[in-house]
Design a protein around this ligand. Structure first.
Ligand SMILES: *Cc1c(COP(=O)(O)O)cnc(C)c1O
Length: 352
């Protein structure tokens, strides 16, 4: 019965998903759909990751290693950093970090427009969500953010930002870390496509958590695995707040192996750098400069959903930006896919 459901979930709609390729295929009778709505790597997972996953499948009668050693050691070897937490996607990490740090009624400050799950996760923990709008060019006014987030337990900044694509400079992030009293969760899901590396900041700042994911460049979105670089103090508390086994054994094994296949990642990174420039140059609507594997395009005078529907008709799935709080209703987000997908998208949008 609905009356038993918490009121916070009745006040706000849930996560907005892109339309399913299978549904579009059926609706318009198209058999090959360009899937450019979810920022995934179109290439299948690394063969090394597949092999590791297959091997791990043989032992799923046993519980996974709660210390996540295979993956932790792979991360420590890959990056010069010691402390990590893992989760069911970075989404899982975000939820557990909030559960670890935020008491009901405490503030979570979010720089918007951005990825919607932060606010949903914070709301679910009974936090007070404070949104801090970006400037007209989607840059972050650090003074404004610090002022609004001063007494927040967690401040969330996405860089490169989803959906706008721009990154915040390292000096600005340092200023935020020094200006706030709480913790900064820096969502770094698209780091591999960007030139900005925040890792050096981890050495000096006890209040930085740097979130990462295997869902994008590593082609493991379906295995739901994410992680974060953390200061030393966080992991023991995170373990107390989280579910007893945060990560399944198949995902853990695949992610550890995927990390070692740099050629697999490099191929998509090169593809992204080629095509995000072509999107900007060849699409007749203005594209925002992007440091990610997607670009946000201003499709006015069309509305977001209207353009998404026009493209679906042509067999191209892109993301409507209508559901992003604080964004006007005339943007779409499109990620770099395979050549034929990108070409179909450019031809399609230029015909609208
Ligand atoms: C894709 C994405 C994530 C991570 O997603 P998971 O699949 O849960 O790891 C996190 N933040 C942003 C901004 C994203 O776009």
């Amino acid at each position: 019965m609905d009356r038993w459901v918490r009121s916070c979930y009745k006040k706000k709609s849930g996560y907005a998903f892109a339309k399913k390729a299978e549904d579009i295929a059926r609706e318009y009778g198209i058999d090959r759909i360009a899937r450019l709505a979810s920022n995934e790597n179109p290439e299948a997972l690394s063969p090394a990751a597949l092999k590791a996953a297959e091997e791990a499948l043989r032992t799923v009668n046993r519980y996974p290693d709660e210390r996540v050693n295979v993956l932790m050691n792979a991360l420590r070897a890959h990056y010069a950093h010691e402390h990590f937490v893992t989760g069911v996607g970075m989404d899982g990490v975000i939820e557990t970090v909030i559960r670890t740090l935020v008491d009901p009624g405490e503030k979570v400050a979010i720089s918007t427009p951005t990825f919607s799950f932060y606010a949903l996760a914070a709301m679910g923990q009974g936090a007070e969500v404070v949104t801090v709008p970006r400037e007209a060019d989607y840059s972050v006014d650090t003074k404004k953010l610090i002022k609004a987030a001063k007494d927040a337990k967690i401040t969330v900044l996405c860089s490169p930002n989803n959906p706008t694509g721009n990154a915040t400079g390292i000096d600005d992030v340092r200023e935020i870390l020094e200006g706030i009293e709480g913790v900064l969760f820096l969502d770094n899901a698209y780091v591999e496509f960007s030139e900005t590396d925040y890792l050096p900041l981890m050495k000096k700042h006890e209040n930085l958590i740097l979130g990462r994911t295997f869902s994008k460049v590593y082609s493991l979105a379906g295995l739901r695995i994410g992680y974060a670089f953390t200061p030393r103090w966080l992991p023991p508390w995170y373990s107390r707040a989280g579910t007893p086994f945060t990560v399944n054994s198949v995902s853990m094994a695949a992610a550890a192996a995927a990390l070692g296949d740099t050629a697999h990642a490099e191929r998509y990174i090169a593809q992204v750098k080629r095509w995000r420039k072509r999107f900007a140059d060849e699409v007749k609507y203005p594209a925002l400069p992007s440091d990610a594997n997607f670009v946000m395009i201003d499709v006015s005078p069309h509305k977001s959903d209207e353009m998404v529907e026009e493209l679906a008709r042509k067999g191209v799935v892109v993301r409507s930006c209508r559901s992003f709080t604080g964004l006007e209703d005339h943007y779409i987000r499109v990620n770099v896919g395979e050549d034929w997908e990108n070409e179909l998208f450019i031809a399609g949008i230029n015909a609208v």
